[in-house]
Design a protein around this ligand. Structure first.
Ligand code: TXA
Ligand code: MG
Length: 602
């Protein structure tokens, strides 16, 4: 389905702004689409009685119109108006689990548009417990049809920023209600028969439902955990798909997990923290158990790297696993690993809470593979594994009509959105600082700008600014760059070398920079020889590549090192060739530079 931008900008509404929420409700009633928070994931709401409005939702999501939408209400009184029958079973689930992360499927009333239910004679009804959702739905006062607010096929959004990422310009407004507590969509239960059938597992588990039924038992439709043939076609395909391939790392058998039993939980997550220091305090048995959980990640990563020394691997794992990696101190493994930590390793509610945003985050780091922690519990784990196994489907198993996963678009986010900002700087060094090192500086600056903004990879609420400069070991200060190089860089990037003036490298400049990269090996050696105390941050382009395990081979299989010819005195073609070669190296090394500086893209 073609998507067409309808607005220059989508309004972002603060959850405290009563007036703006009322205005958003008015717009919804007039046929517009509004993004709003719930305790499961964000939804894209519209008037469920208005077929035209529902079509707009499908269009904004780029979703084929054959998948029914859930009707959201702010008051249980509304249910009788939107269904034609409330079975005793449905009533029981409404009484016990609403408001909360459940959708009860009942026979629909005529007022609900056929577009909402995709032609079915049933409708899914859900009353969110999220206070902002409740306030908004009460303001609307009508049944609000809402699918998850992601672009079709992408991980569901559990924060307003992700909704904006997928929907900016396509919908009128988004209400920002903070992080969704549960992070996985509601349990969908068909209650049109005598016994409930779970069509989609969620935080209200089979055990929770069985516990309120006097007799009978809940059935789980098809096999929603993904190992057997699915019941409905939509379930068999890759879904929630990040661009990277996802692989599930099994939890060793017998591992005790927490957070699986969600009865009575409000989905809220307590923050935890675990470091290498904490690892040292564990008993031998506890440490061994953690190493057993970490092993599949480590072994699989090494296998991937053996096949492709350029592979970048994202880990969706617990904080203890990250600590095990730190203790292991394998430099190459670390340089190729991007972490997204959800909290305590064995806690499935934390893993569920962070899953969708985690997949999105790792995609933005442009990893090739995501290794994600698996859980084998019977409660919330069923829902978590259901989503994860859909995310790990093969790329060719996309739902027909669904857009193929694309690298996510990234938002300009001002650094003042953060509590704190760290800075780091990269220095390029050659001999005279009029040609090769200014070229590196200009190309690196361009990459830095292209990939902005950044956060600290240690603390997600801290922004990160990256600078780049250059200097020459034997440079005369104050010279303009070589005009041929200026021209070559301009041809390559559309930018010139700007105001780069040559200057002599000195200890103060070395001190100001966190990573020093020289064009040639001997330049790095000479810096290290003069200042051995800074050896850990000085590399040549070649040794930096090698230190990160990047083994480049030529067509005959010989290991190549980075050799940059000096173009001075040669023709323009040679300059252009040199600038292109430097550009290729810098592009290749860029993710490792970020890693070295402890910065991540957002
Ligand atoms: O937590 C949630 O349920 C979120 C938030 C926004 O409330 N909504 C959500 O909507 O996940 P969506 O459209 O992404 O998923 C709705 C699911 C689909 O799997 C759909 O097939 C099923 O609910 N569904 C909706 N109405 C149905 C019906 N009448 N019969 C069977 N399945 C239905
Ligand atoms: Mg969805």
């Amino acid at each position: 389905m073609d998507r067409e931008k309808k607005y220059k900008k989508t309004l972002l509404i603060d959850s405290d702004d009563e007036k703006a929420i009322m205005d958003a409700a008015e717009h919804l009633k007039n046929g517009e689409v509004i993004g709003f928070p719930t305790e499961t994931v964000y939804g894209l709401g519209c008037d469920a009685r208005d077929g035209e409005a529902v079509r707009k939702v499908f269009e904004a999501k780029g979703r084929p119109a054959d998948n029914p939408l859930i009707c959201h209400i702010g008051d249980k009184e509304q249910i009788k108006d939107i269904v034609s029958e409330i079975t005793p079973l449905a009533q029981k689930l409404i009484d016990n689990f609403m408001p909360g992360p459940i959708t009860v499927v009942m026979k629909k009333a005529d007022c609900i548009a056929n577009e909402t239910t995709a032609g079915l004679d049933t409708v899914g009804v859900r009353m969110p417990s999220h206070p902002v959702a409740n306030k908004f739905l009460k303001c609307c006062g009508i049944p609000v049809a809402a699918p998850s607010a992601n672009l079709s096929g992408r991980p569901s959004p559990t924060g307003a920023r992700s909704v904006l990422e997928d929907m900016d310009g396509y919908i009128y407004a988004i209400i920002d209600g903070g992080d969704s507590e549960y992070g996985l969509e509601s349990t969908v239960v068909d209650c049109t028969g005598k016994e409930p059938v779970i069509l989609r597992p969620g935080a209200v588990t089979k055990a929770d439902i069985d516990a309120v039924l006097k007799d009978g038992e809940t059935t789980i439709a098809g096999n929603l955990t993904g190992s057997k043939a699915p019941r409905s076609p939509g379930m068999k395909y890759r879904h929630y798909a990040p661009y990277a391939q996802v692989e599930i790392m099994k939890m060793p058998e017998g591992t005790k997990i927490t957070g699986d039993d969600t009865a009575g939980s409000d989905g809220r997550i307590k923050k935890t923290s675990f470091t290498v220091e904490d690892l040292k305090k564990l008993s031998d048995d506890e440490a061994k158990a953690l190493v057993n959980i970490a092993s599949p990640f480590i072994l699989r990563s090494r296998e991937i790297l053996a096949g492709n020394p350029f592979a970048r691997i994202g880990l969706y794992c617990g904080e203890e696993i990250k600590a095990v990696y730190a203790k292991l101190n394998d430099k190459i493994l670390s340089a190729h690993t991007e972490f997204c930590v959800y909290g305590k390793t064995t806690d499935v509610s934390m893993a569920s809470h962070g899953l969708f945003e985690g997949l999105r985050f790792l995609d933005v780091q442009e990893v090739d593979v995501i290794l994600a922690q698996g859980f084998d519990g019977e409660g919330l784990s069923v829902a978590y594994m259901n989503r994860l196994s859909k995310a790990s489907g093969k790329k060719e198993e996309l739902t027909p009509g669904m857009p193929a996963p694309a690298r996510p678009l990234r938002l300009p986010l001002p650094l003042d959105a953060f509590r704190d900002t760290y800075t780091a700087s990269v220095l390029f060094v050659d001999d005279n600082n009029t040609s090769l090192s200014p070229c590196c500086e200009a190309l690196m600056r361009r990459l830095i700008e292209k990939n902005e903004p950044y956060i600290s990879s240690r603390t997600a609420d801290t922004g990160f600014e990256i600078y780049c400069e250059s200097a020459g070991l034997t440079a005369m200060s104050g010279l303009d760059p070589d005009p041929m190089m200026e021209k070559a860089v301009k041809e390559l990037t559309g930018w010139g070398l700007g105001s780069i003036e040559s200057r002599r490298a000195d200890p103060a400049i070395y001190d100001d920079n966190d990573l020093i990269l020289t064009v040639r090996d001997e330049q790095a050696y000479s810096i290290i020889k003069a200042f051995p105390e800074i050896k850990d941050k000085v590399f040549s382009l070649s040794t930096f590549a090698a230190a990160n395990g990047l083994v480049m081979k030529d067509s005959s299989g010989r290991i190549m090192s980075i050799s940059v010819p000096d173009p001075s005195g040669e023709n323009f073609e040679t300059y252009l060739h040199t600038a292109k070669a430097l550009g290729a190296w810098i592009e290749l090394l860029f993710p490792y530079v970020l890693k070295d500086l402890e910065a991540s893209r957002i």
